[in-house]
Design a protein around this ligand. Structure first.
Ligand code: NAD
Ligand code: MG
Length: 398
């Protein structure tokens, strides 16, 4: 039986993780749940799952949850803040940690799980984008097992030979006959919108993803294709890939979730419905397979597969991220931080959709790019880039 901590339990990935656990109650036990500030949702989860620990991001949210639990005589122990998250990520009685907090807030709890040598089910791509080599080195040092949950990286993982699967972060793709990783993306809701109209799209339009149901931040990132850019950086670290070994291709149907091209001409793809329970179940039960509760793919209903080259004038954030990937960890950390601030401002109607890329680019131009050497310097760089982003937004916005 696998014993789980779920970081980001109240979110979209958290919900899908619990759905897979509910589908397979004999295989998974929920020991701890952690989330931001949604006490009502966390209370419901505690009532249903009876975890030993629940963690909320703030003291006030923790106090509210504690009160709700007491009123219903539920014994879950409530912890608060980053320290509480790190504590439940590293519990001795837990072997598997779902890292599904959104954004940079997930970095320290995810790293706590890495340092404790857990099986890490990695959804929180921002943590890896920020800490890159430090994250990979920490996994090697502790023996933590890294399993990608992001659907593309999970698809690539499934299409790789077992020796590569077991050496993520330091694998040698070429030595295993692999020519390229083909990262696919849907192109988001605006792939056919006239580029001149993008400045006027609203947050509601941006978060209405045509294929996937996800949290608001990643939905906006999918519309700008910053999500694919972050995934490009994520893939670079997970698969130890060079620029020549990675391509991005738009596949509007989201049935192929990514592919691996071998030197003999073979291409292996993983396919499925666009439902995160599939990659989550794959990572949770690896190397076994469990029922994810997902309907089988019906090829006769799909009709056709199409592919397009991404157009950087439509998706400038994708280009910024691909360039940042090769300029270094300072650039990827600064870009990630700027993007989080810009996306929040867009969702708050303080920026237009096309300003997101403008803010990101200006922060990359203005930030002091000293390569971070430890987690503290990553966090400091993230903090500085957020300040810069807010300054730039003050100038850009209406
Ligand atoms: P979401 O917004 O639905 O959920 C985010 C979760 O993080 C919530 O539980 C929230 O309470 C928690 N959280 C937010 N701020 C926090 C803080 N300061 N401290 C602790 N917890 C905090 O987001 P999501 O769509 O579930 O995405 C989660 C992560 O998974 C992101 O990194 C995203 O890129 C990645 N991901 C998501 C999907 C998807 O389909 N939703 C797919 C691939 C990768
Ligand atoms: Mg993805």
């Amino acid at each position: 039986m696998r014993k789980l901590t779920i970081l980001g339990a109240t979110g979209s990935i958290g919900g899908s993780t619990l759905a897979v656990a509910a589908q397979n109650p004999e295989l998974f036990e929920v020991v701890a749940l952690a989330a931001g500030t949604n006490c009502d949702k966390m209370f419901e989860l505690c009532r249903q799952w009876r975890p030993k620990y629940a963690v909320m991001a703030s003291e006030s949210a923790a106090a509210t949850l504690r009160h709700q639990l007491n009123q219903h005589h539920l014994p879950t122990e409530v912890l608060a803040g980053v320290d509480g998250m790190c504590q439940v990520a590293a519990l001795d009685e837990v072997d598997t940690v779902m890292a599904a907090i959104v954004g940079a807030a997930g970095l320290l709890p995810t790293m706590a799980a890495v340092r404790a040598g857990k099986r890490i089910l990695l959804a929180n791509k921002e943590a890896l984008v920020m800490s890159g080599q430090l994250f990979i080195d920490a996994c090697r040092a502790s023996g933590a097992e890294l399993l990608p949950v992001d659907s593309e990286h999970n698809a690539i993982f499934q299409s790789l030979p077992a020796q590569v699967q077991q050496s993520l972060g330091h694998c040698d793709l070429a030595a295993h006959g692999i020519r390229k990783i083909l990262l696919t993306g849907s192109g988001g809701p605006f792939r056919y919108t006239d580029v001149s109209e993008l400045a006027t799209v609203t947050p509601a339009m941006a978060i209405a993803h045509p294929n996937w149901s996800m949290g608001p931040k990643i939905s906006v990132d999918s519309a700008t294709m910053m999500n694919k850019g972050l995934e490009y950086i994520e893939a670079r670290w997970l698969f130890n890939a060079t620029r020549e070994q990675m391509d991005v291709i738009i596949h509007p149907q989201s049935v192929i979730h990514s592919m691996v091209q071998y030197k003999d001409g073979s291409v292996l793809a993983q396919m499925g419905l666009p439902d995160m329970r599939t990659p989550i179940a794959c990572a949770m039960s690896y190397p076994e397979r469990v029922d994810a509760g997902v309907a089988p793919l019906d090829f006769s209903q799909i009709g056709e597969f199409t592919f397009l080259q991404p157009d950087f004038s439509r998706y400038p954030c994708l280009k910024l991220a691909m360039d940042a990937c090769y300029s270094g960890q300072a650039a990827t950390t600064a870009l990630n931080a700027a993007n989080e601030v810009a996306v929040a401002a867009f969702l708050d109607h303080q920026l237009t959709f096309t300003d997101i890329a403008r803010v990101n680019q200006q922060v990359l131009e203005l930030a002091q790019m000293t390569e971070p050497t430890d987690l503290e310097s990553v966090i400091e760089l993230d903090r500085m880039a957020r300040i810069l982003a807010r300054e730039v937004i003050g100038k850009v916005s209406l």
